[in-house]
Design a protein around this ligand. Sequence first.
Ligand code: XMP
Length: 330
Amino acid sequence: MQTDVRPESMERITTPELAQAFIEEQVAAVREQVGDGKVLLALSGGVDSSVVAALLIKAIGKQLVCVHVNHGLMRKGESEQVIEVFGNELDANLVYVDATDRFLGLLEGVDDPEAKRHIIGEEFIKVFDEEAAKQEGIGFLGQGTIYPDILESKDGVKAHHNVGGLPEELNWELVEPVKLLFKDEVRVVGRELGLPESMVERQPFPGPGLGVRCTGAITRDRLEALREADAIVREEIEAAVAAGTADLPWQYFAVVPDYRATGVRDGKRAYEWPCIIRVINSVDVMTATVPELDWALLHRMCDRILAEVPGICRVAYELSPKPIATVEWE
Ligand code: XMP
């Protein structure tokens, strides 16, 4: 099995040639590790798990079973897109599980960020375990772990669910072909694997999903407000990028914290949530900066969120770089 430490001699993957060499090496390594066994892959639809899915499809084809768990914390339209791209276009062996009620039930009243992450991570494993039991002979668990996940888990910054939430009794061997890569390298590899540009350039999305952006104890109404506000942020930024008035940021999303602020709506006092727009740029996500966004774009996002999202009466743009702030709020 691969080491968890990136050798100093390992060249940064920046070119198609280096990516091809990496793919060949990993295809061979995966075939050797897996033999004629079957791999269950957590396919969230983010860059990391999508690239791993493509790599594993190349290595072992139908021996791969992709499981997409909708934990109820997905972004708007995201599960539908996973089904379209992997189930229909790439014809992968895809299992879709809607576990929304299960996850939100377990998370009810839980406000500690690390407790939330662990619940989501452990429940993921349970859902996969159940799916595996329905499949014949799964022996391996594929994961989209990347190097920053490993580094930050080691440093105790936060427990990434790819690494921190695995129960000890898990008896599957892990298949983590991109675990020594930084995000920019994963994108280069994805392009070489022939994934569509929209998928390779897709912004990263954390395993615990909107759960780490709906801070404190999650409620369904605040989660819905977050999902809608987040969709508006994505739509407006992507429209500005398409119109050439903004550069594509590394990550751009909404956060809706668990406290309220006063406003006036239809002449009456309103006591509703604020929405924070978080936009960052990064190369490897170990550090991040906040871009200066066009003022008109910020106003469009603000106006739309206030007009279209029930329960939100304020919009703020966050200026904090990483460090000291992490990208995610929890
Ligand atoms: P932070 O908040 O640690 O985020 O500065 C760095 C990058 O990692 C993503 N992130 C996660 N990805 N599981 C993941 O797969 C997680 O638990 C997780 N937490 C944060 C975050 O979106 C950012 O791109």
